[in-house]
Design a protein around this ligand. Structure first.
Ligand code: ADP
Length: 457
């Protein structure tokens, strides 16, 4: 609408301007011709000795054809001496404004255009020896010039109309295309508002709208990344929080249900305290992460793996017993490593728990610590279901579960091993798995040995 209004205003202005310029050109050419004709007639009349109607009339008759509609000659007081009109006004006063001004000594030209007819009037004084003695007045109805002006007006109007029509059509087409493309972006916004961050807006062309589309896609990509991170964070966090809570429940149940000596109770209560501390550290880490702060990096410690493994075993013994799994530990060959103790606990817990969950009644679970020059090695081997060969590459993926029914029944979410791998990697370790379907699996985790003696030397 704005385009149409602007072009309409511009075209209307051009239309008026062209018409005015044409009229001016016609006016000037007509003025020159008419005034010249009147001056020639006035020069002839001025040569007469006396201005009488008969003398003037005979002088006019000798003039070449004047081709005007009406031709008047008056004396200096405006009395008509000659009139070309059949209803002659000779002897009467003709005090027309043009005649009055001509008697005052001016060359006068006026015109009027109406209904395709141009009426032009020229009047000039008749001067004899420096004295105005009369006036020549000519009036001409020019239908030819009038028709020319009319057709010119019409042509300009037609061109204006066609141009405006083109502008309207162009504006409609342009507005339609523009709003269609804008609609595409708005539609994408709606889809993304509904939560589908993977949606991309496809904009062709190289204009501002396609740049907007690209920027929009960048934005949704970033949104998607942060949404994925948020989801991963929430699910990992709830999975990690589950472990200490389950341990606390298990330990307190054990204290309540079994007749224990005071030493064992003391040990179990100590473990409950440790789990509560771990829970506390986890919630602090979660708080730091939600505040956008990096998780505390300074909690790495040099630890031997055996105490952590023993603690995990203690936590899971009841679960193993109820599943009729025998846990065997070979922890003599321990090595010091630099690690976050909580991470080591979580890694061991997840691996041992899986070894129990995916084992068979009467099965075994062997936890071994060993070392070589470079690495401290934790191996968790079970005699359970094993992992099908085509699934081995996927078990560390988030939410991947081989036997969904069994995993769900045992409270699995498919997150445990992906958390384990993340923790192993962020502590500069490596994890490997060997498994034979139907026979059992063996998970090996290696961390660089942190030899304090080597440092001391
Ligand atoms: P879940 O919470 O389901 O146990 P994990 O990430 O810990 O998830 O494990 C992924 C999948 O790998 C499990 O669903 C299970 O099928 C398989 N898996 C893990 N550990 C073992 C194991 N020791 N023996 C056999 N299958 C295992």
């Amino acid at each position: 609408m704005i385009y149409i209004a602007i072009t309409f205003a511009v075209l209307a202005f051009l239309n008026l301007y062209c018409s005015a310029v044409c009229q001016r050109l016609f006016y000037q050419s007509k003025e020159v011709a008419m005034v010249e004709k009147a001056q020639l007639a006035a020069a002839e009349i001025s040569e007469l000795d006396v201005l009488t109607p008969s003398a003037v009339s005979s002088s006019v008759n000798q003039m070449s054809s004047l081709k005007v509609t009406r031709f008047l000659i008056t004396d200096q007081s405006g009395v008509v001496l000659y009139d070309s009109d059949p209803e002659s006004a000779v002897g009467q006063y003709a005090l027309l404004p043009q005649i009055v001004r001509a008697i005052e000594g001016n060359d006068v030209f006026t015109w009027d255009y109406h209904d395709g007819v141009m009426c032009s009037i020229a009047a000039t004084p008749v001067v004899s020896y420096g004295i105005t003695v009369g006036c020549v007045y000519m009036m001409e109805y020019d239908t030819e010039l009038g028709a020319l002006m009319k057709s010119l007006h019409q042509t300009i109007l037609t061109i204006t109309f066609i141009l405006e029509l083109l502008v309207i059509l162009f504006s409609i087409a342009f507005a339609h295309a523009f709003s269609k493309r804008l609609g595409r972006i708005m539609n994408s916004m709606r889809i993304i508002q509904e939560g589908d961050y993977s949606h991309k807006v496809v904009m062709d062309g190289h204009d501002e709208l396609s740049i907007l589309g690209d920027e929009f896609n960048d934005l949704t990509e970033r949104l998607q990344t942060s949404e994925n991170k948020r989801r991963q964070f929430v699910s990992d966090a709830s999975h990690e929080l589950k472990t200490p809570l389950a341990s606390i429940k298990l330990l307190s149940d054990s204290i309540l249900q079994n007749d224990m000596d005071i030493e064992t109770i003391r040990e179990f209560v100590g473990d409950i305290g440790d789990e509560a501390d771990r829970l506390n550290r986890m919630s602090q880490k979660l708080l730091d992460l939600t505040r956008g702060e990096a998780a505390d990096q300074d909690t790495h410690e040099i630890v031997y793996m055996a105490p952590t493994v023993e603690r995990v075993v203690r936590m899971l013994t009841t679960q193993a017993e109820s599943s009729q799994i025998q846990i065997i530990t070979e922890l003599e060959n321990d090595a010091p490593i630099l690690i976050r103790e909580d991470d080591l606990y979580q890694i061991t817990f997840n691996l041992v728990e899986n070894g129990i969950k995916y084992n068979l009644p009467g099965g075994k679970l062997t936890i071994t610590l060993s070392r070589n020059e470079e690495y401290g090695i934790l191996t968790v081997t079970d005699t359970g279901t094993g992992i099908p060969e085509d699934s081995i590459d996927h078990i560390f993926e988030r939410f991947y579960r081989v036997d969904k029914a069994r995993s769900r029944a045992s409270g699995g979410s498919g997150l445990g091993l992906s958390i384990v791998r993340n923790m192993v990697e962020r502590n500069q370790g490596q994890i490997h798995v060997q498994s034979t379907f139907g026979m059992g699996s063996s998970f090996t985790v290696e961390f660089p040995v942190f030899d304090t003696e080597a440092i001391d030397e």
